[in-house]
Design a binder for this molecule. Structure first.
Ligand SMILES: [Fe+2]
Length: 412
């Protein structure tokens, strides 16, 4: 069982003023300072809750994105699926196994400070593989693909899935209103009629919501996952985020898969800030973006008692970033993959600078490897360099995946 204390860093947790202090880890949870191992951050780091990505498809993370041809944006997601399957990118991707793609996606999360993610895919296809990832892909959710007559029928039906969510205190997660056909424009009315619009709902995209829909969603206490990059890439329109925030909707951020979305959540946060500026001529606020990717996301997953902030008793899900900016919120919003110093999942360090090896009593566990990120030697759970090399071999050339911040051929 791990017992250690992070010292001399500034602790940044949603809803609290950042403060200089110590943060203990005892077993899987955050505690008061404890144990004999003291990790001295030397006053150059911020300690945050690790990030939560509310929307991804872990089998679909490959590059480059595939989207509308000749500038003709889509009306619904359906033609995208056809374009993807017909693309050279898809052919190339198909040389990797499902296991390869899931493992790469796990590292897409890890290298962007994300320790909790939802793989929007049916349980029967992902329940065995999710526990093999280096991060937490939640299993406690119910699902519908999109709640339209032509969706992919991923669950047992909207009412049944929603009822299971309510019974278990889980989220009911579905794409919703991803487009502008008649069904997408009336999706909230449909859910209202079915009596399933409530605070268990986590709606992905929501680009066709009317002002009235937004008010209904706010009143119901439902959450939305804003996937700005993916929306603009496919539809050239995104959700009415400012109205949603003003109405009090619990807004979170999702990357979507990198087949249409950003490289990772750090890139998505930056993109969404810029998008908001372009749409509304004002700044969304760095602290708001931080909240959307921590506590708001934890709430959307019905995990607010477990993660999303650094309160004692919650899981030790921690992201330590180099302090490049004196404002901790600007610091995280502007951070890149190279700024991560340490990433902890449920008390267990899964990625970090080798100066923190004291946490492991100086000896790296057998299921960890080391890689060079920039000029820093990092320890990491699993073997991402081996995975990257093997993927390149299968693809047949030196494929660059921009969500992996290292060059595997250097690792020997
Ligand atoms: Fe999606």
């Amino acid at each position: 069982m791990f017992e250690y204390t992070l010292e001399s860093g500034v602790i940044v947790s949603p809803g609290k003023k950042p403060y200089s202090g110590k943060l203990g880890i005892k077993g899987e949870k955050i505690s008061s300072p404890c144990g004999s191992v003291k990790i001295d951050l030397k006053g150059n780091s911020f300690i945050y809750p690790s990030l939560i990505n509310t929307h991804d498809h872990l089998q679909g993370n490959y590059r480059p994105p595939v989207g509308p041809q000749n500038g003709n944006f889509y009306l619904t997601w359906l033609p995208w699926d056809n374009d993807l399957k017909a693309s050279d990118t898809f052919k190339e991707r198909s040389q990797l196994t499902r296991e390869d793609l899931y493992a790469l996606s796990g590292y897409k999360c890890l290298f962007s400070g994300v320790t909790t993610v939802n793989d929007h895919f049916p349980h029967k296809f992902n329940s065995q593989i999710l526990p093999t990832l280096p991060v937490r892909a939640i299993q406690e959710y119910t699902i519908e693909h999109e709640c339209s007559s032509y969706d992919l029928k991923w669950g047992d039906g909207i009412e049944i899935e929603h009822e299971i969510a309510v019974k278990n205190k889980w989220p009911f997660i579905t794409h919703l209103s991803e487009g502008f056909d008649n069904e997408a424009m009336h999706s909230i009315e449909k859910l209202e009629k079915m009596n399933v619009l409530d605070n268990h709902c986590l709606f992905i995209h929501c680009i066709g919501f009317s002002d009235e829909d937004i008010l209904k969603v706010a009143k119901a206490g439902a959450s939305i996952s804003w996937c700005g990059f993916s929306n603009m890439f496919m539809f050239n329109v995104t959700a009415k985020v400012r109205k949603m925030i003003k109405a009090g909707v619990n807004v979170t951020i999702g990357t979507d898969s990198s087949a249409t979305g950003s490289a990772n959540l750090l890139a998505e946060i930056k993109y969404d800030r810029e998008l908001y500026r372009n749409l509304y001529g004002e700044d969304i606020g760095a602290e708001n973006l931080f909240n959307m990717t921590t506590i708001n996301a934890a709430k959307a997953f019905w995990m607010q008692d477990k993660t999303g902030s650094l309160d004692e008793g919650k899981l030790g899900d921690i992201l330590v970033l180099k302090a490049n900016n004196s404002d901790p919120y600007e610091n995280i919003v502007n951070a890149g993959m190279h700024d991560i110093e340490l990433l902890v999942l449920g008390g267990v360090p899964i990625y970090g600078e080798t100066r923190f090896l004291d946490i492991f009593n100086g000896k790296l566990p057998g299921d960890y490897t080391q890689i060079k990120v920039g000029n820093k030697l990092m320890f990491v759970k699993g073997d991402p360099a081996g995975l990257y090399k093997s993927a390149r071999k299968k693809i047949g050339f030196k494929k660059e995946l921009d969500f992996l911040p290292f060059e595997p051929e250097q690792e020997g």
